[in-house]
Design a protein around this ligand. Structure first.
Ligand code: SF4
Length: 284
């Protein structure tokens, strides 16, 4: 790879690590705004805009310590990256949605939009934490600024955003980032093996495999056995890792891994994770 620079990547790292949910400063938006269908992850149906029956008046969850045993596994997986407190404290300036129905409806519509903006910011910030070429670095910086500015918009302006159109250039930049980093780090592998985009590896036995720098975007890794696998520089955007066995696996430099993907997988203390991912409390 040519034109890679030894630039300061700490800006991206700091922003990525700072994107954490702060439930104390949120009006329980994920427990209210979203539509949830009963499944193995959530024990009941809940339409968008209706508070979950387990949500208390202070916006804490009355079954917080027993979510998994009560059939609410999905609640231990969800992560808004901080979109909830942004909507509650910045967009709506700390006004509780219980104050008026109109106010509440608007807040519930804004939350999923903010959530998607935060998800894109997380990806772009992570991309800026890598040594990419000058052109790409500048493009990522511009993109990050545009996304951050969007999060500061008034509620009515947020509701007019075309999220699909915003996603397209972001996705193009993330693809370029992935290609630069993966090509740069692992040159010796055959390119055909590295491209496993959308692969169906559900339940596959991949324990101990060297999968470094593989493109696993949008792949199905549900219940795959990846125990002890080398997953460094693997691109995981959109991959489904539900119940994948990550015990002892090395994901320390995996690309575009999210807290939700890790929360949905199985791991332990020996699983190596990127600095911006917390080890899930339910991993034993
Ligand atoms: S069960 Fe608890 S965490 Fe899950 S949606 Fe309801 S109140 Fe929120």
């Amino acid at each position: 790879m040519s034109n890679l620079t030894n630039r300061d990547t700490s800006i991206g790292t700091k922003i990525r690590e700072s994107l954490q949910a702060d439930c104390q400063n949120c009006f329980g938006l994920c427990c209210t705004a979203l539509n949830i269908v009963a499944s193995s992850d959530f024990a009941m149906n809940k339409p968008a805009g209706k508070p979950c029956s387990n949500l208390k008046d202070d916006y804490s969850c009355q079954i917080h310590s027993k979510l998994r045993v009560n059939g609410f596994k999905g609640c231990t997986v969800f992560d808004c990256l901080g979109a909830g407190q942004q909507v509650s404290q910045v967009t709506f300036k700390g006004q509780d949605w219980r104050q008026s129905r109109i106010h509440a409806d608007k807040m519930f519509q804004v939350f999923p939009i903010m959530e998607q903006l935060y998800e894109m910011i997380a990806y772009v910030a992570e991309a800026l934490s890598y040594q990419v070429d000058n052109t790409l670095y500048e493009q990522l910086l511009v993109q990050l600024e545009q996304l951050q500015q969007a999060t500061e918009l008034e509620a009515d302006a947020l509701l007019t955003l075309d999220i699909v159109a915003i996603r397209m250039p972001v996705n193009a930049l993330l693809l370029k980032t992935s290609e630069q980093i993966r090509t740069h780090r692992v040159k010796e592998k055959a390119s055909s093996k590295l491209n496993q985009r959308g692969a169906d590896w559900m339940g596959k036995k991949l324990q101990g495999k060297d999968l470094r720098a593989t493109d696993l975007r949008g792949s199905y890794l549900i219940a795959a056995n990846l125990q002890g696998a080398n997953l460094r520089e693997v691109d995981f955007i959109g991959a489904d890792l539900r119940d994948a066995n990550l015990r002892g696996a090395d994901l320390s430099t995996s690309l575009f891994l999210t807290q939700m993907q890790i929360n949905a997988a199985q791991g332990d203390r020996s699983t190596k994770l990127p600095s911006y991912i917390k080890r899930p409390a339910h991993w034993k």
